[in-house]
Ligand binder design. Structure first.
Ligand SMILES: Cc1cc2nc3c(=O)[nH]c(=O)nc-3n(C[C@H](O)[C@H](O)[C@H](O)COP(=O)(O)OP(=O)(O)OC[C@H]3O[C@@H](n4cnc5c(N)ncnc54)[C@H](O)[C@@H]3O)c2cc1C
Length: 146
């Protein structure tokens, strides 16, 4: 069996994708630095629906059960057009029978927090590995629009 050596990684962006990548790497003892341009790592926006494949990916990062416990199981779903006519419907019962999970709805901030906590829990590194880079031009841009 080939030995996999722990390495070092820099993840650019502390969104859901970046944090999940950081957690997965740290679970394999990689040293990870997350660079986020915003002043804090927190999700903007409201809710998010997680499908079974997303939940399985979160299981691999160790936060799947936490997310299932704070989320609401969505019993029905689908996509409507602007007149309200259904374009597609999702049978979450059939989905759960086939994949082991239906869909879970939760606040984006809950997901982001769970990943942030896991990123530090699964590592013996200190917690100061998030470097916030606010680009001066972003600040100037915001200043112009205040
Ligand atoms: C309206 C809407 C509804 C959605 N609903 C769902 C849903 O219900 N279910 C679902 O699974 N998906 C949904 N999605 C998609 C989902 O939100 C995205 O796939 C997911 O958030 C992408 O995560 P990400 O980490 O790749 O990117 P992002 O969340 O965009 O994160 C990127 C991060 O990188 C930072 N960044 C960018 N450039 C730099 C830089 N140069 N230096 C440092 N930091 C940088 C940004 O500030 C940001 O924090 C929805 C998307 C939208 C727009």
């Amino acid at each position: 069996m080939m030995a996999v050596m722990a390495g070092r990684a820099v993840v650019v962006g502390g969104g859901i994708g970046g944090l999940a990548s950081a957690v997965a790497l740290r679970r394999r003892s990689w040293q990870v630095t997350v660079l986020e341009q915003r002043s804090s790592i927190s999700e903007v926006g409201a809710g998010i629906t997680l499908w079974p494949n997303a939940l399985r990916a979160l299981d691999a990062t160790g936060v799947g059960d936490r997310i299932r416990s704070v989320g609401l199981a969505q019993v029905a779903g689908g996509i409507r057009d602007s007149s309200g006519k259904w374009l597609s419907r999702t049978d979450t019962g059939a989905m759960a029978r086939r994949f082991g999970d239906g869909m879970i709805v939760l606040q984006r901030a809950e997901l982001s927090t769970a990943l942030s906590v896991a990123r530090h829990r699964d590592s013996n590194l200190d917690q100061g590995d998030v470097r916030r880079r606010r680009r001066q031009r972003d600040d100037q841009h915001q200043g112009r629009h205040r």
